[in-house]
Design a protein around this ligand. Sequence first.
Ligand code: SF4
Length: 373
Amino acid sequence: MTIGLYIHVPFCAARCSYCDFYSTVNDGSRVDRYLKALEVELERLPPDFSPDTVFVGGGTPTALSVEQYASMLKTVRSRIDFSNVIEFTSEANPGTLTPEKLAAMKEGGIDRVSIGVQSFNPEALRLLGRIHTADQAVESFHALRAAGFENVNIDLIQSIPGMTPKAVLADASRVVELAPEHISYYNLIYEAGTPLTRQRDAGQIVPPGDDEEADNYYAVKDLLESAGYDHYEISNFSRPGRRCLHNVLYWQGGSYFGCGPAAHSHWNGKRFGNVADLADWCSRMEQGARPFDEVEELSPEDKARETLVMWLRMLEGVDATQFEQCTGFRVDDLCGGALRSLAEEDLLDISSGRWGLSRRALFVCNSVFAELV
Ligand code: SF4
């Protein structure tokens, strides 16, 4: 089973209107303390920890200065055994990528870059509070290619208020023209407490209805598949052999450590989340205290059930034999009755020992998962 390391870089150039990830605007004053604390947390990982995948996310890792970014990668590489690493991803945002930063990425061994484009539509970018234009996003993508990055993901968001179905498809077509190896296509979520949610609640913006969202979802799916992308997870598409291995690890119940404020870990059946406060997390690292408050211990059955639901996110479905080898539980024993009812409602496909979401279920997956936990 694959194991992973996630590094949370809690800085952004500015806060986007829809985002509830933990990050603060980088005014430069707190990064050095963060980097020292990160080194401490990495040093505390088990001595035999040797991940297969490393993912540097945030926040916006590339909101750090070149020196800070290079220093962060150097720290990670010097404190972690990289002998098994098969994928080393960094997130990046248009507007924060300079030639020097691209060079630092290469030098630090990054071999996969995930770039937050979100949309090519100027109105949508303004509404989302992005700091970049569509042209800057395209320039950043070409700059990544010119710097030699051959494994690039583009993040897009759909169901942005004001975007017509035609505009949604125009975004998808534009990303196909760029031909990245991987595309993540998420629905816009109205998280509690964000400026965008307040705008919606005040009636200043009107999200598309469920039917329109579903139509957009399936139209984009069909377009990307006809362009040769494999739709392998509810919101993710890739060229053959270019799945995001780090995320596959999450979906298939793998173990991982997360370092940095607000980072989550799942290790030896225990789950813990670091405090979502930069100063508090730094103090805990400086004082030798643990970075999280509570440890949740899942029973083997709860862990297996959770793994089943996560694994069902993958369109190839859950292989019954592989699942049993990984979790020690038979799918049938865990929730065979519920699965068969879902299959009768045409929400699950059962074929050749695999359980997978039907096409119809992809857009309503949360209600399917609710039946299984
Ligand atoms: S969406 Fe990304 S860039 Fe925007 S505030 Fe959130 S973490 Fe930062």
